[in-house]
Design a protein. Structure first.
Lengths: 224, 224
DNA sequence: ATGTCACCTTACCGTTTGGTAATGATGTTT
DNA sequence: AAACATCATTACCAAACGGTAAGGTGACAT
């Protein structure tokens, strides 16, 4: 596992570095938020371990900066600030876990591994849905021995729908997610595209369908 | 957020149910591991809140059962067992977070939301290459704070090139892989597309380039 | 130096993609 | 049942995509 530790206290930094190396992980240690950001821009890592009290910026702001820069790796806060309000703040800012000092090294390790497991495990290149297989990288649906190809827009819509399987998604929401339109242009793009999607998905054993909830939106459903 | 609480203590169950409803979430409450499993088989949820000490099975075993059944929703342990060894056990068994009683409701909520955010915000499978990040699902290259978008054909070519980084790829090979053309149509499609790719990739810190090996083909190289 | 060949670049244009709007169908309300 | 609202479907067309070909550029050999 490739880790980045952002910590300004030398003693703890050395300690954690030693521990992680012992545990067979690769840890890079930065002292300031600025350096950490620069480092992550250059080279990604699996999990970031973040102190809250840094010399140049607090950890909460750093996480927000990361997310704004579209750097989505898991972040674990490791800090002496144990108040519930701090914990909530850290998690709400975009952190994934929050561990307070003093802590047991085994727990830190277990939490890091849990975060890593979740982050890696979460993007299978394929996904089973209803009676068919979705190839997320090649952007097609394989259904029996039928291959269904999709145009970019169609795929975008399909992705959002299936990521919210079973939920009613208002057209407004779909317009935002797929078209990045945050106002109502008074058109029926969504309807038209749903129509096209439906036609492509009506293959015998496909087992997925897009239902209409009148006045509410569309739901993506898998059958059997 | 759709939650499942697995807890045999009635008082706590009622309490959490009330809190979550207040917070605008939908919580379903089961008393036993068996019922929880059955419920999740029928209908998925966003996050499971799990007690460790259940009448019919311990929580750690339940998580393992879930994972074996390919039910991958995030699991948060909520329990009085505060030993480090228990925490490690829970996380290692496949849990995503571990919170000990007594706890603050706001922290539970923040942790649930963090788990939900992470699970939904499906981290795109990314790949680091040269000085930039490739987003394989969204089909774009992120370079510093520059986002480079690609057309389907361009992306197809880029994929093949980078999957054979450092190898000289003859045009014939590229024609087969990207265009699925197994004869020489006597055209310069490849040359033209390489030209378009190069133009898009000439971004300051990008650190990748396509070299020409005269008479042999093209090589995709990463610099620095 | 000059010719030749491979590759680069550009402009062009047919094809595909995808948004619009009109029309038809289907619920829903009165 | 009639009026209305919402959704489905279709045809159309502008814009984007992507293949072609022509002319330019640079490398290499004679």
């Amino acid at each position: 596992m490739k880790l980045l530790l952002v910590e300004d206290e030398p003693e703890l930094g050395r300690q954690v570095t030693a521990w992680m190396n012992d545990a067979g992980h690769q840890l890079h240690w930065e002292n300031t938020a600025r350096q950490a950001l620069a480092s992550l821009q250059k080279e990604s890592c699996d999990v970031v371990i973040l102190d809250v009290g840094l010399p140049d910026m607090d950890g909460f702001s750093l996480v927000q900066r990361l997310r704004e820069a579209d750097l989505r790796m898991p972040v674990l806060f490791l800090t002496a600030r144990a108040d519930v309000s701090d914990r909530v703040k850290g998690l709400a800012a975009g952190g994934d876990d929050y561990l307070t000092k003093p802590f047991a090294f085994e727990e830190l390790l277990a939490r890091l591994e849990a975060l890593h497991r979740r982050a890696n495990n979460h993007v299978p290149s394929q996904r089973l849905l209803g009676g068919c297989r979705l190839d997320l990288v090649r952007r097609r649906v394989i259904c029996g021995n039928e291959h269904i190809e999709f145009q970019p827009r169609e795929w975008g819509l399909l992705e959002v729908l299936m990521n919210h399987e079973g939920r009613v998604l208002p057209k407004k929401f779909l317009l935002e997610q797929v078209w990045d339109i945050h106002f109502d242009p008074g058109t029926n793009v969504v309807d038209a595209m749903v129509c096209r999607l439906r036609r492509k998905l009506e293959v015998p054993g496909c087992g997925v369908q897009i239902e209409t909830i009148r006045g509410k939106g569309y739901v993506f459903k898998t059958l059997a």
